[in-house]
Design a binder for this molecule. Structure first.
Ligand code: TNX
Length: 527
């Protein structure tokens, strides 16, 4: 008699495994709708991917899926337009991000009217497999997933992260690694903070000293580095293959010491005679810089903020900005150019406003939309330009009142450089300690007074790198918080709850472990 309950228990366990429900899958971000079926689909050695429709990226999406499935299954997974039980169907040419997945016992069909949507369907599909799928070597298990359907689309159109490659330089390889991880969580914008007091990280052909001098060091005095324009293009293309738009930032008029150390002429008060423009500086944009009165500042490797500024009253400054914006926008297919604008504490208020308005005009001349940190809303924003809320609600409100949208990056919630708690080995904590639950438990449309869903472009999680020197540091601060923030940005608030998230995240922890990602094992989770 004693054996009976044990047997029943065992049988129930087996049965339970067989009838696992699609809605119990550990998908992050949680899809908007999941409907359960009653059987399972098994990926077998004969499985292939069939593409339906036409689009520039369709084959790449198919290959992307196949490459993710091949190593751990050991199956061939051919990709073709002829046959295959995994069907990727593109039904239009729209840039839609929504998708549907239909899983029957015989086949899986992922469809979308947009390539981005199809890509996200693929990412969701991949998350239905056991975590062992992340292995690079063959795992002898059955690759079974529950039947049912998923219908999904994002809540916010802009879902991003930022890498500060200025405080500590981040290699092309590590940026690509970051892009790969962003893609898993359906993030679609990578903002690169390319310049700051400590470093200038993008080649500007008409002002070569920016990288020669300005790119030569970093916080702590290391050797720094920069991207050539070719390398930047490589990053842009790598991101585009994963439906991620690069948003380049040149932070100004403050946070500009690396430029001021490269070209002393840009320093306020030490410029050309009388601080005025001479005929040379009215020359065409690509003129050779005459080093008339070079009073370059020293390179800086500390972490103080708010002490540097461009000379806002010099035409030379705007000729410089024009060249920089022209060269960067020429290799940036995305719609945005980020002009910084934060913490310009030594720029007079009127000068700041004048500067921001002129720089917006330059960006707009080159066909791009400006994004600026929330302080830019103290100037008159051009229609369509974006204020990135990080600290001051009144600035977000100023943007809204001008009819402009807000990108939500509240430091207390999404600053990936904030420590988790007082024991975190790296990170800052000027805004808050941000544990995983705190990063999850907030709603963009209810966070800042007067800023509603209609005012919000999206959510972005910045990683400032004053304390981040290598990939292990990135891993520790970014994971698992990036998954929480991705869900905040993608999944409608009515679908979200911490209970559910905390049950889904351990599976991601297992996958991170398999990939060698040294994530923070938050005590809020039973890993
Ligand atoms: C504030 S957030 C800054 C950055 C720092 C960051 C550190 C913002 C727009 N400015 O310059 O790196 O804090 O957390």
């Amino acid at each position: 008699y004693l054996l009976v309950p044990a047997l029943v228990g065992l049988l129930a366990m087996g049965a339970c495994e067989k009838s696992a429900k699609l809605s119990d899958s550990s998908i992050i971000p949680l899809p908007q709708e999941i409907t359960n079926g009653s059987g399972s689909f098994e990926l077998t050695p004969e499985a292939g991917i069939r593409l339906v429709g036409s689009g520039n990226y369709l084959s790449k999406i198919g290959e992307h899926l196949a490459e993710k499935l091949r190593p751990a299954t050991g199956f061939d997974i051919p990709v073709s337009f002829d046959s295959g039980v995994i069907i990727l169907e593109l039904t239009g040419e729209a840039s839609a991000e929504g998708y549907e997945i239909l899983i029957s016992e015989e086949e899986v069909k992922i469809s979308s009217s947009g390539e981005a949507g199809l890509f996200y369907g693929v990412e969701t599909f991949l998350q239905l497999f056991p975590p062992l799928i992340a292995n690079r070597s063959v795992q002898a298990i059955e690759w079974e997933i529950p039947t049912g359907s998923v219908k999904d689309s994002p809540t916010f159109e802009y879902r991003g992260s930022m890498l500060d490659v200025a405080r500590h330089f981040i290699s092309v390889e590590d940026v690509k690694y970051y892009i790969d991880q962003m893609a898993v969580y359906k993030l679609n914008h990578l903002h690169l903070h390319l310049t700051d007091d400590q470093g200038w990280r993008i080649e500007i052909k008409s002002w070569p000293k920016l990288t020669e001098i300005g790119g030569s060091t970093q916080v702590g005095g290391g050797k720094g580095g920069f991207y050539t324009q070719e390398q930047y293009k490589e990053i842009v293309a790598y991101a585009a293959d994963r439906f991620i738009t690069i948003v380049p930032e040149v932070d100004m008029p403050g946070h500009t010491n690396s430029a001021l150390a490269s070209y002393g002429e840009l320093n306020p008060g030490v410029n050309l005679p009388n601080g005025k423009l001479d005929s040379v500086n009215k020359a065409p944009l690509d003129f050779e810089m005459p080093l008339k009165n070079p009073q370059a500042s020293e390179l800086y490797t500390g972490i103080e903020v708010g002490w540097s500024t461009f000379a806002t009253d010099l035409e030379l400054t705007y000729a410089f900005v024009d060249s920089v914006v022209r060269e960067i926008t020429a290799i940036t297919p995305g719609p945005y150019f980020h002009i910084g604008g934060d913490e310009s504490h030594v720029t007079e208020k009127d000068d700041y406003v004048y500067f921001v308005e002129r720089v917006q005009d330059i960006v707009s001349k080159y066909g791009k939309t400006s994004i600026g940190w929330d302080e830019v809303a103290t100037a008159k924003l051009l229609p369509g330009n974006i204020a990135q809320f990080w600290a001051l609600e009144e600035n977000a409100k100023l943007a809204k009142d001008q009819g402009n949208k807000v990108l939500m990056s509240p430091a207390k919630k999404v600053y990936l450089d904030m420590q988790y708690d007082s024991t975190s080995r790296i990170g800052l904590h000027w805004a808050a300690y941000v544990e995983l639950d705190s990063a999850y438990l907030w709603e963009p449309s209810e966070y800042a007074e007067g800023i509603t869903a209609a005012d919000i472009l999206g959510v972005e999680a910045p990683l400032w790198t004053e304390t981040v020197t290598n990939r292990a540091d990135i891993d520790y601060l970014v994971f698992p918080r990036i998954a929480a923030i991705a869900e905040v940005a993608w999944t409608h608030k009515d679908r979200r709850n911490w209970e559910g998230f905390s049950k889904r995240i351990p599976v991601h922890g297992k996958k991170w472990e398999i990939q060698g990602i040294g994530f923070y094992k938050s005590p809020t989770i039973t890993w």
